[in-house]
Design a protein around this ligand. Structure first.
Ligand code: HMG
Ligand code: MG
Length: 288
């Protein structure tokens, strides 16, 4: 409903930068996160505690978490695929950790080197550890409409993984259109299945903008009651295991679209523009 708050979760420093081929200097990552903190986000996904052999760009996760200036009121979250990542996240004082599964078997294998059911078993101890430590747990489901390796994904496959993540204790499950192929029709069909197993307040939309449809997909999700959307400053990114995928929808674009519909975001638009300029500069590579 117009007047409601829409929470934009800034994922650019993680989902955006993880895909940059050239290593982005740690100082520049920190400067970007500090600039984003000034914008007033409730949550910033700052980095990932994953294998540096799989995603070398995130190898400096501990240093990033140690050196960012933490704004009171902002939760700094990180990806943690296993207990090793979780322990590093706790040592780094992460405010939220995220486990990340998939509705596609092939993507699960390519991204985290195991099947969907194996991934759920691996996430369980992370979920238990997060509960014991009192750290908020987020879950991701990738490939909610299409997979780069096996094409169309059935909505019921998304619902199954979502239900498992919620049962495990995820406060929120973020629904990833990993390669940005969703349309309002396919997103609605997917949400119909997911809303049969999860309440709207436990769901977030994570829409990549490969085909420029992410804002339309957010609009149908708003109609279904979702109020949390992930976005990436300057549209940075993609996924290293999703060839051809563009970044998450640009934060400024989401801000303007939801503001035009009458929702409040709590973000400072002028500061978002400054952060966007900084993010886009990170993409300019030295000529090879
Ligand atoms: P594996 O090779 O099967 O795991 O990888 P392993 O347990 O055999 O470990 C292999 C090596 O990695 C070992 O080191 C471990 O110590 C190390 P070695 O002995 O060979 O030197 N290792 C770690 N190091 C640091 N932190 C850790 C960690 N775990 C193991 N946490 C694993 C399995 C899950 C670790 C690997 O596949 C991985 O790290 N994958 C990460 C993939 C990734 O980050 N993808 C991008 C994020 S997901 C995404 O972008 C989608 C999303 O945006 C939503 C959407 O858009 O759909 C979230
Ligand atoms: Mg993503």
């Amino acid at each position: 409903m117009s007047g409601d708050k829409v929470t934009i979760v800034e994922v650019g420093p993680r989902d955006g930068l993880q895909n940059e081929k050239d290593f982005v200097a740690t100082d520049r990552k920190i400067a970007l996160i500090d600039r984003l903190s000034d914008c007033g986000f409730d949550r910033i996904e700052a980095t990932s505690f994953v294998s540096p052999r799989w995603v070398p760009q995130m190898a400096d996760a501990a240093e990033v978490m140690a050196r960012i200036k933490r704004r009171p009121g902002t939760v700094y979250s990180v990806l943690t695929p296993n207990l090793k990542g979780f322990e590093a996240a706790v040592a780094a004082d992460a405010g939220e950790v995220a486990i990340f599964g998939s509705a596609s078997e092939s993507f699960s294998q390519k991204n985290i080197n195991c099947s969907i059911s194996e991934s759920l078993e691996r996430f369980r101890p992370v979920a238990e550890a997060a509960r014991e430590a009192g750290i908020r747990l987020r879950g991701y489901v990738s490939c909610v409409v299409e997979c780069p390796y096996e094409g169309r994904i059935e909505p019921k496959a998304v619902a199954l993984v979502t239900a498992a993540l919620i049962e495990m204790g995820c406060a929120e499950v973020s629904l990833g259109d990993t390669i940005g192929q969703g349309t309002p029709d396919t997103i609605e069909a997917m949400l119909d299945a997911v809303l049969a197993v999860a309440p709207t307040e436990r769901l977030a939309g994570h829409y990549h903008d490969t085909n420029g449809r992410a804002v339309d997909n957010i609009a149908v999700s708003l109609e279904r009651g979702l109020r949390v959307f992930d976005a990436s400053i300057g549209g940075l990114g993609g996924c290293p295991y999703a060839p051809g995928a563009e970044g998450n929808v640009d934060t400024l674009k989401v801000h303007d679209a939801v503001a035009a519909l009458g929702y409040a975001t709590g973000l400072d638009r002028a500061k978002l523009e400054e952060a966007r300029v900084m993010a886009l500069a990170l993409r300019i590579r030295a000529p090879s």
